[in-house]
Ligand binder design. Structure first.
Ligand code: ADP
Ligand code: ZN
Length: 211
């Protein structure tokens, strides 16, 4: 299955991607995770992307298209993959199509703007492996540490001002992608629920994975 996860920041895409990855035996490719890793490692890509991310703006299309294409060209992607956080503009979606990658389904995970703000304020992330957590909705089994031993930290772009920008960017730049894939008959929709397990069920239903 070659799958795209769409949805506003904080919709739970990363968490659902992780669950689907295990269930389907395919890797998740998250541009957000890749960019934050580059920032941690202090690479040229990281230094370039950091300002955009901390302002809640999008990193330029050619940059993200480049890193995604490179990742998708690796052999393990042939059996399938889950794209989380890419494409995020119509230009990125068009570049993906132009690169010859055939997407099977695009899942839009829908949540309200109010929910997003609530979610992002409690969101935490492992500083070592990048696994997402939430202080209320998805606490770490190891308390204030990740099972890998890493510290749980709040992302620099989860502050109120940046969150507002990210929501606006989502509505203006990313949401139009839904129409792009709707026109190709690939769009399916799931509504995010309060409980993680309920959202997981909605996602499975939308993808026709129930058993
Ligand atoms: P969220 O979905 O919670 O906003 P992500 O980790 O997907 O978090 O993205 C965080 C930030 O990384 C974005 O606000 C943006 O600055 C940058 N980014 C991630 N993916 C892309 C992309 N496909 N195109 C442009 N910028 C991106
Ligand atoms: Zn970890």
């Amino acid at each position: 299955m070659k799958l795209i996860l769409l949805g506003p920041p904080g919709a739970g895409k990363g968490t659902q991607a992780e669950i689907l990855s295990k269930r389907l035996g395919i890797d998740t490719i998250s541009t957000g995770v890749m960019l934050r890793a580059a920032i941690r490692e202090g690479t040229e890509l990281g230094r370039m992307a950091e300002g955009y991310i901390n302002d809640g703006k999008l990193v330029p299309d050619d940059v993200v298209v480049g890193i995604v294409k490179e990742r998708l060209s690796q052999e393990d992607c042939e059996k399938g993959f889950i794209l989380d956080g890419f494409p995020r503009t119509t230009a990125q979606a068009e570049a993906l199509t132009a690169s010859g990658v055939e997407i099977d389904k695009v899942l839009s995970l829908e949540v309200s703007d109010e929910t997003i703000i609530e979610r992002l304020s409690g969101r935490r992330e492992c500083s070592k492996c990048g696994t997402p957590y939430h202080v209320v909705f998805k606490p770490s089994p190891n308390g204030d540490k990740c099972p890998c031993g890493g510290e749980l930290i709040q992302r620099a772009d989860d502050n109120e001002e940046t969150v507002k920008n990210r929501i606006e960017v989502y509505h203006n730049q990313t949401e139009p992608i839904k129409e792009y894939y709707q026109a190709q008959g690939k769009l399916v929709v799931a509504y995010g629920k309060e409980e993680l397990a309920d959202t997981t069920l909605e996602v499975a239903k939308a993808l026709g994975l129930e058993d």
